[in-house]
Ligand binder design. Structure first.
Ligand SMILES: [Ca+2]
Length: 267
C-alpha cells in the first residue's frame, strides 16, 4: 500500500515535470519571449505545424506596438452613436452603396452561394479596413505570437497563433506578411485561426489570399455561413442572423453598427 502510494506520487511528480517542460510560461514584457518561443515551438509541432511555420515562429519578434495597442483599447466603450460617428459610418454607407452598384454581379454571386446579403459583407469590409485602405502595418506572425505569449489573453490567441503558423505552412502568408495590430489579416481582418478555417480561394488562382478582394470577401461570407447564417432571414437585433454578426466581433456597439449600416447599404 505504502509502496503503491510512493509509486503513484513519483508518477504524478514525473507527469507534472513533463507538463511543466512543455508549458510555455507567459510574460508581460519582451524579456521572456525568446524562451517562450522555444517552448511554444514544441506545442506548435504537436498541433501539426511544419517546417515553414516553425521557421516563421523562430523569426518572430516581440511586437511592442501590438502590446501598447492592446493595453489601450478605447473605442468599444463608446456609445453606439459616438462609435458610428468616430468610425465614419455615414461614409461607409455612401461608399458601400456605390461598391455594391459597381460590382453587383459579384455580390449577387456571393449571396447565391453563401446566403449572405451584400450589405453585410460591404459593411464589414468598410468598417474593418475602409474598403481595403488600411490593412495594417504589423507583422502578423510576430503580433499573434506576442499576444499568445502575453499573459492577458493567451488562451484566446493561442489557436490563432497556431493558425498563423499553419497559414505559413500553406503559403497563404509568410513571416513578413503585414496585418493589423492584433494579427488580423487582409481586407476584412480575419484572425489567423478563422482565416485558416474559413478561407476560400474564390478567384481560382490556387491560393487563399486575404489581400485579394475576391478571396477576402468570399471568405468573409463563408465565415458567416459557417457560423450558421440562414439565407433570407433578417439580421437586425432580435432576428435570426443577428447572432451570426455577433460571432464576427465580440463588441456590442460594433455588432449593432454593422447591422444598421448593412441594412442602409442594402436598402
Ligand atoms: Ca485566390
Amino acid at each position: 500500500m505504502n509502496r503503491l502510494n510512493i509509486t503513484c506520487a513519483s508518477l504524478l511528480a514525473l507527469t507534472l515535470t513533463t507538463t511543466a517542460a512543455f508549458a510555455a510560461p507567459c510574460g508581460n514584457t519582451g524579456a521572456g519571449f525568446k524562451g517562450w518561443k522555444a517552448d511554444f515551438a514544441t506545442e506548435a509541432k504537436k498541433a501539426g505545424v511544419k517546417q515553414k511555420g516553425l521557421a516563421a515562429l523562430a523569426s518572430a519578434t516581440y511586437a511592442t506596438k501590438t502590446i501598447a495597442a492592446d493595453r489601450n483599447q478605447k473605442s468599444f466603450k463608446y456609445t453606439l452613436e459616438k462609435f458610428m460617428r468616430v468610425r465614419g459610418s455615414a461614409t461607409i454607407v455612401s461608399q458601400g452603396r456605390k461598391k455594391k452598384a459597381s460590382n453587383a454581379a459579384f455580390f449577387a454571386s456571393l449571396e447565391k452561394r453563401y446566403g449572405v446579403p451584400a450589405g453585410v459583407i460591404i459593411a464589414i469590409h468598410g468598417m474593418e479596413t475602409g474598403f481595403g485602405r488600411y490593412m495594417g502595418d504589423s507583422a502578423v506572425v510576430s503580433a499573434i505570437t506576442t499576444l499568445t505569449y502575453d499573459c492577458r489573453r493567451s488562451a484566446f490567441f493561442k489557436p490563432h497563433a497556431i493558425g498563423a503558423l499553419k497559414l505559413v505552412d500553406k503559403g497563404a502568408i509568410n513571416a513578413m506578411t503585414q496585418g493589423a495590430k492584433h494579427g488580423e489579416l487582409g481586407h476584412t481582418q480575419f484572425l489567423p485561426g478563422n482565416a485558416l478555417k474559413y478561407g476560400v480561394d474564390a478567384n481560382g488562382d490556387g491560393k487563399v489570399d486575404f489581400y485579394n478582394l475576391t478571396d477576402a470577401l468570399a471568405s468573409t461570407a463563408n465565415f458567416l455561413k459557417g457560423k450558421g447564417w440562414k439565407r433570407g432571414k433578417g439580421y437586425q437585433i432580435g432576428q435570426r442572423n443577428y447572432k451570426i454578426i455577433q460571432a464576427w466581433n465580440a463588441a456590442g456597439v460594433y455588432q449593432k453598427a454593422i447591422a444598421i449600416m448593412a441594412a442602409d447599404i442594402d436598402r
